[in-house]
Design a protein around this ligand. Structure first.
Ligand SMILES: *[C@@H]1O[C@H](CO)[C@@H](O)[C@H](O)[C@H]1NC(C)=O
Ligand SMILES: *[C@@H]1O[C@H](CO)[C@@H](O)[C@H](O)[C@H]1NC(C)=O
Ligand SMILES: *[C@@H]1O[C@H](CO)[C@@H](O)[C@H](O)[C@H]1NC(C)=O
Ligand SMILES: *[C@@H]1O[C@H](CO)[C@@H](O)[C@H](O)[C@H]1NC(C)=O
Ligand SMILES: *[C@@H]1O[C@H](CO)[C@@H](O)[C@H](O)[C@H]1NC(C)=O
Ligand SMILES: *[C@@H]1O[C@H](CO)[C@@H](O)[C@H](O)[C@H]1NC(C)=O
Ligand SMILES: *[C@@H]1O[C@H](CO)[C@@H](O)[C@H](O)[C@H]1NC(C)=O
Ligand SMILES: *[C@@H]1O[C@H](CO)[C@@H](O)[C@H](O)[C@H]1NC(C)=O
Ligand SMILES: *[C@@H]1O[C@H](CO)[C@@H](O)[C@H](O)[C@H]1NC(C)=O
Length: 504
C-alpha cells in the first residue's frame, strides 16, 4: 500500500475511511472499480534520490525560437493590440513596482501585476529552477515555453482564425518532429498559459468565434496545460493560481505579511469588487451589488466604467479586502477570477457561488475541505434572495477566526515569489505546480510502462478526477448538480473583453 500513493500516506484510519468512500463512489459511477482505482490515483510520487538531490525532478526546457516567447514581449510596443500590455511585462512579468503610499501594502515585493501574465512569470522562474537539464534521458518533464496567451492577445478581435492559430500550429508541428517528443508522444510535455482555457478551445473555424484552438490540436491533446482556469470537462488542463500583486523574495516578507493580516481590523462583514454583467441573464452580480449596497455591514467597490480607475487601483482593492471579514467571489465572464487570490492574500475569507470558481479548479493548491477556508452560497440561493448578511452573521466568531487562519496559511501557495531570490523554505504557487506536474508525468510514464492507455477516462468527468486525485470523494457527489454533462457554450469576444476590464 505504501507504494500506492501519497493519498494513502496518512493514518490507517483515514486510509480505511478514504478507501470506503472511494469504493462507494466507484460503485456509484463505474462498474469496474479495480481498473478505475489504477486510473485515478497517481501512483509514482517521486522518491527522494540520495545520490542526486535533483533525481526525479529534472526539467528539460525547450530552447524555442525566441519569436515564440521573449521576442513577443520585447516587441510588444510594435503591435497595437499588445502595446498596452508592455508596462506589465517588465520585471519578469510582475509589472511596475507599487509604491506603498497608502500604507496598505508592504514596502517590498509589490507590483501592479496583470492577471494574465502568469506564463511570463512562470518562464522566468523556470529559468532559475535548480534542476534544469539538457539531457532528455533524465528529464522528469519537458517544459514548452511558448507564450500562448500573449500570442493570442496579439490577434484578439479582428484577425482571422488562420492568423490566430498560426503560432500554435507552428509550435506543435515543430515539437512533434523532435526526438524528445517521440519518447512518450509528448505526454511528458507541459505548457503554461496565462489565460482561461476557453480562450484556447475555439470549436469552429468561423472568424466570428472567439480565441485560438491550441488545446484542440490533436498533438496538443497529448500534452498537459497549466492555465489560470481549466475546463471542468477536460483531462489535460490544470488550473494554477492567477498572479496577485505580491511577489516576495524572502520567507520573512511572507511571515510579516501574514502576521499583519491576522491583526488588521476588519470593519466590514463582507465586500465585493467588480462590475455587473447587464448582458448576462444568468449573472448574479447585480444582486450581489445591491445586497452590498443595501447592507450596513457590506462594502462595494464598483468597477463599472465610471469607477474603473478606483477599482483598478491595487491599493484600493487590497485596502477594502483587508477591512473585510468575507469577500464575495461570483463568476464573471468565466467561472474564475483573480480577485479570489487577492482576497486570500488579504486574509479575507472568500465566498463562492459556484464550485467551478475555485474548489474544482485549484485542487493542486487547496486543502480538500472547502469549509475550512471559505463559504459556499449557491447562485440559486442568491436568486432566491437569500440574505448574505444573515447567512454570514450566523457563523460564530471562533469559526471565523479558524477559517481566517486557514486562509492566511494558504497565502504562500497562492503567490509567485521573486525568482531572483526565491523563498528559503516556503513553497509558492510555482513550487506546488511543478511538483504536481512532475507527479502527473511520473504517473503517465508508469502507465506507459505497464501498458495502460487511459483510453477509458471520460473527458467530461475531468473535474471529478481532479477532486479524486486530491482525495476529496465527498465533494464529487456534492458538486455533481453544478456540472451538467454538456460542454458549456463558448465565450464570445465580447465577454472576454469584459473580463479584461474586470481584473480585480
Ligand atoms: C538518482 O539520480 C541519478 C541521476 O539523475 C539517476 O541516474 C538514478 O537512476 C536515480 N536513482 C533513483 C533511484 O531514482
Ligand atoms: C513609484 O514612485 C516612483 C518614484 O517616486 C515613480 O517613479 C513611480 O512611477 C511610482 N510607481 C507607481 C506605480 O506609481
Ligand atoms: C542547455 O542548452 C542551452 C543551449 O545550448 C544552454 O543555453 C543552457 O545553458 C543549457 N542548460 C543546461 C541546464 O545545461
Ligand atoms: C487572414 O488574414 C491574413 C492577414 O491578416 C491574410 O493574409 C490571409 O489571407 C487571411 N486568411 C484567410 C483565410 O482569409
Ligand atoms: C498522441 O498519443 C497517442 C497515444 O496515446 C498516439 O497514438 C499519437 O500518435 C500521439 N500524437 C502525437 C502527435 O504524437
Ligand atoms: C447604492 O445605493 C444608493 C442609495 O440608496 C444609490 O443611490 C446608488 O445608486 C446605489 N448604487 C448601486 C451601485 O446600486
Ligand atoms: C470539513 O470541515 C468542517 C469544519 O472544519 C467539519 O465540520 C466537516 O466535518 C469537515 N468535512 C469533511 C468531509 O471532512
Ligand atoms: C429580498 O430581501 C430583502 C430583505 O432581506 C427585502 O428587503 C427585499 O424586498 C427582497 N427582494 C425581493 C425581490 O424579494
Ligand atoms: C461560439 O460563439 C460564437 C459567437 O458567440 C457563435 O457564433 C458560435 O456559433 C459559437 N460556436 C459554438 C460551437 O457554440
Amino acid at each position: 500500500m505504501d507504494k500506492k500513493s501519497y493519498v494513502f500516506q496518512q493514518s490507517h484510519i483515514s486510509v480505511i475511511g478514504l478507501f470506503c468512500a472511494f469504493l462507494s463512489l466507484c460503485l456509484l459511477y463505474f462498474n469496474n472499480n479495480e481498473v478505475f482505482l489504477d486510473k485515478v490515483i497517481w501512483i509514482n510520487s517521486p522518491h527522494i534520490n540520495k545520490t542526486d538531490p535533483c533525481g526525479g525532478r529534472y526539467i528539460y526546457v525547450y530552447d524555442l525560437p525566441p519569436r515564440f516567447n521573449v521576442d513577443m514581449v520585447t516587441e510588444c510596443k510594435r503591435n497595437q493590440k499588445t502595446s498596452a500590455m508592455c508596462t506589465f511585462t517588465m520585471n519578469g512579468g510582475f509589472g511596475p513596482p507599487l509604491n506603498n503610499t497608502e500604507g496598505v501594502l508592504s514596502d517590498h515585493g509589490w507590483y501592479a501585476t496583470d492577471h494574465f501574465n502568469v506564463e511570463i512569470i512562470f518562464y522566468n522562474r523556470m529559468k532559475r529552477y535548480e534542476c534544469l537539464t539538457n539531457d532528455s534521458s533524465i528529464a522528469a518533464a519537458f517544459f514548452v515555453p511558448f507564450f500562448v496567451g500573449f500570442d493570442l492577445a496579439r490577434y484578439i478581435g479582428d484577425f482571422n482564425v488562420s492568423v490566430r492559430d498560426a503560432g500554435s500550429v507552428e509550435v506543435v508541428n515543430w515539437l512533434i518532429t523532435r526526438t524528445e517528443w517521440k519518447n512518450m508522444n509528448g505526454k511528458d510535455h507541459f505548457l503554461v498559459g496565462g489565460r482561461p482555457t476557453w480562450d484556447l478551445r475555439r470549436k469552429t473555424d468561423e472568424n466570428i468565434d472567439w480565441g485560438n484552438k491550441f488545446l484542440l490540436l490533436p498533438a496538443a491533446k497529448n500534452m498537459s496545460f497549466l492555465l489560470v482556469e481549466s475546463s471542468p470537462y477536460g483531462l489535460n488542463d490544470f488550473a494554477i493560481p492567477y498572479p496577485t500583486y505580491f511577489h516576495p523574495s524572502k520567507d520573512s516578507e511572507v511571515f510579516e505579511w501574514q502576521e499583519r493580516m491576522r491583526k488588521t481590523e476588519r470593519k466590514w462583514l463582507f465586500s465585493f469588487a467588480g462590475a455587473p454583467r447587464p448582458g448576462d441573464p444568468n449573472s448574479i452580480r447585480s444582486l450581489l451589488i445591491s445586497q452590498c449596497n443595501n447592507s450596513r455591514v457590506g462594502k462595494l467597490l464598483e468597477c463599472a466604467v465610471a469607477d474603473e480607475r478606483k477599482c483598478r487601483s491595487p491599493s484600493n482593492v487590497m485596502k477594502m479586502f483587508q477591512s473585510s471579514v468575507f469577500c464575495l467571489q461570483p463568476e464573471g465572464d468565466s467561472a474564475t477570477r483573480r480577485s479570489s487570490f487577492d482576497s486570500i492574500l488579504a486574509g479575507c475569507i472568500p465566498v463562492f457561488f459556484h464550485p467551478g470558481s475555485f474548489y474544482t479548479q485549484y485542487t493542486w493548491h487547496l486543502p480538500k475541505n472547502y469549509t475550512t477556508y471559505s463559504v459556499f452560497i449557491s447562485n440559486d440561493d442568491i436568486r432566491k434572495n437569500v440574505s448574505i448578511e444573515e447567512r454570514l452573521s450566523r457563523i460564530d466568531p471562533k469559526t471565523i477566526e479558524m477559517m481566517r487562519e486557514e486562509v492566511i496559511s494558504l497565502i504562500p501557495r497562492m503567490i509567485y515569489a521573486d525568482p531572483d531570490s526565491k523563498l528559503e523554505t516556503l513553497e509558492d504557487a510555482f513550487d506546488v505546480s511543478l511538483k504536481a506536474i512532475i507527479r502527473r508525468v511520473a504517473k503517465l510514464r508508469q502507465d506507459m510502462i505497464d501498458g495502460r492507455t487511459n483510453d477509458d477516462l471520460i473527458e467530461i468527468y475531468g473535474w471529478k478526477y481532479a477532486l479524486m486525485e486530491q482525495g476529496d470523494y465527498a465533494a464529487v457527489r456534492e458538486w455533481e448538480p453544478y456540472f451538467p454533462k454538456l460542454e458549456p457554450v463558448n465565450s464570445s469576444a465580447e465577454s472576454v473583453i469584459n473580463k479584461q476590464e474586470d481584473q480585480t
